[in-house]
Design a protein around this ligand. Sequence first.
Ligand code: GRF
Length: 216
Amino acid sequence: MKKVKLGVLVSGRGSNLQAIIDNIESSALAAELAVVISDQADAFSLERAKKHNIPAVHVSAKGYKGKRDEYDALLVKELRKHGVELVVLAGFMRIITPALLKAFPNRVMNIHPALLPSFPGLHVQKAALMHGAKFSGCTVHFVDEGMDTGPIIIQAVVPVLDNDNEDTLSARILKQEHKIYSRAIQLYAEGKLKVEGRRVLLTDGRTSTDDHLINP
Ligand code: GRF
């Protein structure tokens, strides 16, 4: 099977990137990391990529304040240069513009540490805790022009425990992030994701609830 070429956009520590690298190296994920791009020169993610001989590129946002589409055009150029088919946002702390989305229609994925559409935006593990939610989790979705609003591919659910704090809840969620991001990419690689309006359906006859996990 042809391996799908990934371009991963990152800003920070890159634990999701690491999970993807590990799953590719163990052949659990039929993909190839064509390039890792960061807007932050000192992102630890770039070190992780280099360690695995993956092209690691810093695309500085300096001088692009208020010109997000121009910055995204730089990203498109870099992604195309490396033959990227699927763009994977993994802790990329910038809002994506149509300049990138039009170049990769329904081919940009993101992971979010809450059960969308609840708790979009930032610091969402704390928000779920403060709200008193009994369950939270993570969501892999296709990116559209809104903030965390695109069609949902997979979600995993975790309980919120009475003695949780932001760190313990975040860690429980992160463990699931590391599983479902690769799973979503694998489904894409196998050509099994069909987007119908807001819904992402699995074309192999399974119901996508098979992929919705409750994880203690
Ligand atoms: C993750 O919690 C992800 O859901 C969010 O940003 C965080 C990135 O973490 N979008 P890491 O850099 O992958 O460790």
